[in-house]
Design a binder for this molecule. Structure first.
Ligand code: PEP
Ligand code: MG
Length: 325
């Protein structure tokens, strides 16, 4: 198997019926680029910038951030790079940025909520990103968006910084896209409205499952409720994909489910455009795609959404389907 996978390193990601999808990599630092190149990623679908903040003794400067973003964009040689703005809070803390004690940190002050409140930190990051946009194909992504208003506010701050840099004559990329993570159920339900305003979505199943099932993703006592294939989760994902496409936007996934062999056939059947995963999963998923025919997957999706009543039903449904192919 490993030998067959290795041959796919420089191949495009194509299904048995000839449809092309993008397989992308999740990274945490520019050091991860080696693995991305070695495994033939077609893009970076999630650059988690919080490690830049966590690996530092103080807030990283605009120039330090600029250098990191530029290195990743240049390293990808014109392939798309989705950079997520700071997702601190929840379980991720910064020694130099005291956060309030909270009863429910995962429902509290985190990610875009901090960025909109601490605009000094947010604007520094956005300026670094905008300056780096001249060196590749940058897509900026906001995490933990719950409402249309939050997106509009974040986008307005970005537009202000962009206008200022342009007035100063700073060179910027000309095909910047701005999108959001869909990882809060409210955003998934209103995906049709959000899709009119953004350039793209990326579905964060790690959090979307936790919030939809009301089950802490790290708590072993409720891990039986962490159900990626539950029809409720699949229906939300389908709605997000359909909503993006109705507005002519692309939609990816950067949660663990995007590289999961049981989930991939369902996602292909729903038409998800981009699959972002740890670099070590890329060749396995590219090989799996090669053996799947999307026309046959439509029926599988219908069953998973409408006939099945449980996570385990769907696990078996896909396993049986794959075994026959
Ligand atoms: C997610 O929630 O699915 C995601 C990709 O973000 P993180 O795992 O960093 O919360
Ligand atoms: Mg998340």
């Amino acid at each position: 198997e490993a030998a067959e996978w290795a041959k796919l390193k420089d191949a495009a990601s194509i299904t048995a019926d000839g449809k092309h999808f993008d397989i992308a990599a999740n990274i945490g630092t520019p050091k991860d680029l080696d693995g991305v190149t070695a495994n033939g990623a077609e893009a970076i679908g999630l650059y988690r910038t919080e490690f830049l903040y966590m690996d530092s003794a103080e807030l990283p400067s605009e120039d330090d951030q600029f250098e990191a973003y530029k290195e990743v964009l240049e390293g990808m040689q014109g392939k798309p790079v989705v950079v997520r703005t700071m997702d601190i809070g929840g379980d991720k803390h910064l020694p130099y940025l005291p956060l309030p004690e909270e009863m429910n940190p995962f429902l509290g002050y985190r990610a875009i909520r901090i960025s909109l409140d601490r605009q000094d930190i947010f604007r520094t990051q956005l300026r670094a990103l905008l300056r780096a946009s001249a060196f590749g194909k940058l897509r900026i992504m906001f995490p933990m968006i719950a409402t249309v208003q939050e997106f509009r506010q974040a986008k307005a701050v970005l537009d202000e910084e962009k206008a200022q840099l342009q007035a100063q004559g700073v060179a910027l990329g000309d095909d910047l896209q701005v999108g959001i993570m869909i990882e809060i159920p409210a955003a998934a339900v209103l995906a049709d409205q959000l899709a009119k305003e953004v350039d793209f979505f990326s579905i964060g199943t790690n959090d979307l499952i936790q919030y939809t099932m009301a089950a802490d993703r790290g708590n072993e006592h409720v891990s039986y409720l962490y159900q990626p294939y539950n029809p409720s989760i699949l229906r939300l994902i389908k709605h997000v994909i359909d909503s993006a496409h109705q507005s002519g936007k692309w939609v990816g996934m950067c949660g663990e489910a995007a590289g999961d062999s049981t989930m991939v056939p369902l996602l292909l059947g729903m038409g998800l455009d981009e699959y972002s995963m740890s670099a070590t999963s890329i060749l396995r998923v590219r090989s799996l795609m090669k053996h799947l025919d999307t026309t046959e997957l439509q029926d599988l999706v219908q069953q998973a959404l409408n006939v099945s009543i449980s996570n385990d039903d769907n696990l078996k449904l896909v396993a049986d389907f794959v075994a026959k192919n």
